[in-house]
Design a protein around this ligand. Structure first.
Ligand code: ADP
Ligand code: 5SP
Length: 505
């Protein structure tokens, strides 16, 4: 499917008159953590592609396994337990690899793949991520891992800049460390530069110049932070199927609650990330439980209710504050089973209590789900932010919204009220796909930058902010932001109680 998609998108671009001959470099983005299993013939077939056939035809037999486990897979709890234990604790695993073990991370996925299909694993000659798979197709040979995307595997020792031997040994089991090492190959330290020229398949079939450079491709989230010249303290909230919160930071403060990756372009910088499975689809479920909208906008009723309901559902501050976790899918942070959990507490976080059945209506959920999703971002990111200006308490400087949900004015307002934004909340108005744009900017920087020129400087010089961003909310409002801060303690405690109940069941 992915191979067919590459030919399809290129043929559509050709039909639309795109002048491939002017393209000097290509980079790109692939969904993080997914793994692709190549056969012994894979690289040979990549190098022998003929322009009169398709990629699907030319790469018949190139894969040891025709599926790619993707980021929504949650079948690896046993493997994650082993990963969390092998270095001593999940805290230690987070310190070494930037994350505790997660179901979707490629190390636990490879371990399970080997256990489920030992023969296929043995016949696998190379394993790539989705990003390096895509780069390999354009390069005509297997591409190395990208220095940022490799951090989504639970296998890479970030500080040492090397594969972690105990973690590789765990994933490889009795098949042995050396065999997994050779399946994985190397990691390219530099996020920029050229890995080589484009494969002749694309030159002959689509008319790319033969010296068109292939830069390292990265993950969808690392690529998203490259969709603009992001400054320290600026945050991106991606409101797609998943919700992700991204910041670029020089501080490496790993913790099992979130992720650190190497920055995709700049050595010494890191990318901080939170990732939730229950993003857009969970909001849609709440929307669909309400009376249908009377306008063409399906979000109209949801938005009106979200804005008409007072913060935390409190008509007065003496009323109990309503807190909710709405997880139609098992969640990543916190790692809890699917379910809806409803509590109340006093305005100062005391007296947290589970709500009795039937005391909430679907109307309460419209504001509560947004508050819940954004409070979780605030709870987990507050250690990373400092005061951008003396008049503002620690919070992100600008918050940029991207993805489908960024079109929604009620969500923008709630992001400002709950999370703040010392300079406001902005919509990144760059067309439908922010991570693809980041991939394109990465190619520009990779191929064009002068010696030592940072991504932010190189792209900043070409960036016309007024054309690319729109302010959609003022951001920080002292009173309401303070009220949300007062219930953060109860919000964290609610998560702990839900987690504890699951352990005891
Ligand atoms: N006006 C809107 N308000 C709220 N959510 C929206 C709106 N328009 C689209 N969405 C949501 O955006 C999500 C898709 O966003 P997108 O960035 O395309 O996701 P992905 O790239 O992860 O597939 C859907 O879950 C949809 O509900
Ligand atoms: O797993 C993660 C990040 O760790 C997700 O952010 C996926 O990378 C999302 O992919 P899409 O559903 O947005 O394509």
């Amino acid at each position: 499917m992915w191979l067919a998609a590459i030919d399809l998108v290129l043929s559509r671009l050709r039909d639309a008159g795109c002048s491939f001959a002017r393209i000097k470099g290509i980079s790109g983005a692939g969904q993080q953590h997914g793994s692709v299993y190549w056969s012994a013939n894979g690289e040979l077939l990549l190098g022998a592609l003929k322009e009169d056939g398709s990629l699907v035809e030319g790469l018949e037999g190139a894969f040891a396994w025709e599926f790619s486990p993707n980021w929504q897979d949650a079948s690896t709890q046993a493997e994650c337990d082993a990963f969390d234990e092998v270095l001593g604790s999940k805290e230690r695993l987070a310190e070494v690899t930037g994350s505790k073990a997660h179901h979707r991370f490629t190390g636990p996925q490879i371990m399970r793949f080997r256990k489920l299909r030992p023969e296929v694993y043995r016949q696998t000659s190379r394993i790539t991520l989705v990003s390096s798979f895509l780069a390999s197709v354009f390069l005509g040979k297997i591409a190395p891992f990208d220095i940022s995307d490799v951090c989504g595997m639970n296998l890479w020792d970030i500080k040492a800049g090397a594969w972690s031997e105990p973690l590789l040994t765990l994933a490889a089991g009795s098949d042995g460390l050396m065999s997994l090492r050779s399946k994985l190959g190397i990691v390219r330290e530099e996020g920029g530069g050229r890995m080589g020229s484009i494969s002749s398949y694309f030159v002959k079939k689509y008319g790319f110049p033969s010296d068109c450079g292939i830069a390292p491709f990265t993950g969808d989230n690392p690529s998203t932070i490259l969709a603009l010249p992001l400054r320290p303290l600026d945050a991106i909230v991606s409101l797609g199927t998943s919700t992700t919160f991204l910041m670029s930071t020089p501080k490496y403060i790993p913790d099992p609650a979130y992720h650190f990756f190497n920055h995709p372009t700049t050595a010494g910088l890191y990318m901080f990330m939170l990732c939730y499975k229950n993003g857009g689809l969970a909001r849609e479920k709440v929307r669909d439980a309400l009376a249908p909208s009377t306008t063409a906008d399906p979000w109209d009723t949801f938005n009106k209710l979200a804005l008409a309901t007072p913060p935390l559902g409190q008509a007065s501050q003496d009323d109990p504050a309503k807190l909710e976790l709405f997880f139609p899918l098992p969640e990543i942070v916190p790692n809890v089973r699917a379910g809806t959990y409803r509590y109340t507490c006093a305005s100062n976080s005391l007296n947290l209590q589970e709500s009795a059945e039937g005391t909430w209506t679907p109307k309460d959920d419209a504001r509560a789900i947004l508050e819940s999703q954004i409070l979780s971002l605030r709870l987990r990111s507050h250690n990373l932010v400092v005061s951008a200006t003396p008049s503002r308490p620690p919070q992100p400087r600008r918050i940029y919204l991207v993805g489908g949900g960024s079109l929604n004015p009620a969500i923008a307002r709630l992001v400002g009220e709950v999370l703040g934004g010392a300079e406001g909340v902005y919509k990144l108005d760059v067309g439908g796909n922010t991570c693809a744009l980041g991939g394109a900017y990465k190619a520009v920087w990779a191929i064009e930058h002068s010696e030592g020129e940072s991504f932010e400087t190189c792209i900043g010089e070409r960036w016309r902010e007024s054309e690319a961003v729109e302010k959609v909310d003022v951001g920080y409002r002292e009173e309401v932001w303070g009220r949300y801060g007062d219930v953060l303690g109860a919000f964290g405690e609610m998560e702990q109680r839900v987690l504890a109940e699951q352990v005891s069941v």
